[in-house]
Ligand binder design. Structure first.
Ligand code: IPE
Ligand code: IPE
Ligand code: MG
Length: 256
């Protein structure tokens, strides 16, 4: 039973305010464009890859934060289809991170009942990356808590092209007609078909763009940007983003 007092929160000055709004209205799906690892490293006079290593620690910290807030899905943009343009050594380093992350954190993810998933194409990924993620997906498949969804070799335009090809193929086969195509059919042909659209998108590092991330799914998401580089992004920053989200009025074009 809910403790009646938990509806109230004591502020620093001793006054008490109703806490309902903060307890409720937690975004179900939070998506994060984890950006700024390279600049974080450069600022410290370190190689870019040191920023990626530091960013890996932020991943577990923010997974814990999301779990503790009661978020249902946390999608983390880890590698875009455009990131192949980077130097080979950096790409290689990035491809090894999922395996390292999962080797050190999978036990905690199991304890937290977290289910690991991935969106993005396995094609072109090294086999050690694919296998590490697959093993984690298999081991956590029956977990029922937070869904930790890695966007790895993910690009929204590629995803949309594939969806159109699938749908067009089915029309050509006579499975359905052009006039049957609607928003829900498109949703069902995206890689996120089993997930709700993100309620909140966070991007770190001060860049104000989507960089080919979930263009369809973000149609009505609330956007929150911070100048903080990803390795410095903390549970406090995450909670700040959630609090900002809770103040937003999502109108979806209507009047409220
Ligand atoms: C984000 O940090 C990680 C990936 C894109 C893989 P960056 O590597 O983009 O860092 P900046 O933007 O160069 O600082
Ligand atoms: C977006 O960051 C991709 C990921 C965070 C994985 P980038 O650093 O690649 O984006 P741009 O190049 O600044 O748009
Ligand atoms: Mg970047």
């Amino acid at each position: 039973m809910m403790n009646k007092l938990s509806k109230w929160m004591q502020k620093k000055d001793g006054s008490v305010e109703e806490n309902d709004k903060q307890a409720d209205n937690i975004p179900q799906h939070v998506a994060i464009i984890m950006d700024g690892n390279g600049r974080w490293a450069r600022r410290k006079g370190l190689p870019r890859v040191a920023g990626h290593r530091a960013g890996m620690k932020t991943v577990i910290e923010i997974t814990r934060a999301a779990d503790e807030k009661g978020v249902k899905v946390l999608t983390l943009y880890a590698f875009s289809t455009e990131n192949w343009k980077r130097p080979l050594e950096e790409v290689d380093f990035l491809m090894r991170l999922p395996g390292q992350f999962l080797a050190s954190e999978l036990d905690e993810l199991m304890d937290r009942n977290v289910q690991v998933r991935m969106v993005g194409s396995e094609e072109n990924l090294p086999s050690f990356t694919v296998e590490a993620v697959r093993r984690a997906q298999e081991r956590t498949a029956n977990n029922t808590g937070l869904i930790l969804n890695f966007a790895l070799n993910y690009g929204s335009r590629t995803e949309i092209v594939k969806a159109i090809q699938d749908i067009a193929g089915k029309v050509a086969d006579g499975a359905f007609s052009v006039s049957d195509i609607d928003e829900s059919m498109i949703h069902d042909h995206l890689e996120t078909k089993n997930l709700p659209d993100p309620d909140l998108l966070i991007r770190t590092s001060g860049e104000l763009r989507l960089s080919n991330f979930m263009l369809w799914q973000l149609a009505y998401s609330e956007l929150w940007f911070t100048d903080v580089y990803w390795p410095d992004f903390s549970q406090e920053h995450f909670n700040e983003a959630i609090a900002a989200y809770q103040q937003r009025s999502r109108r979806y074009g209507a009047l409220t």
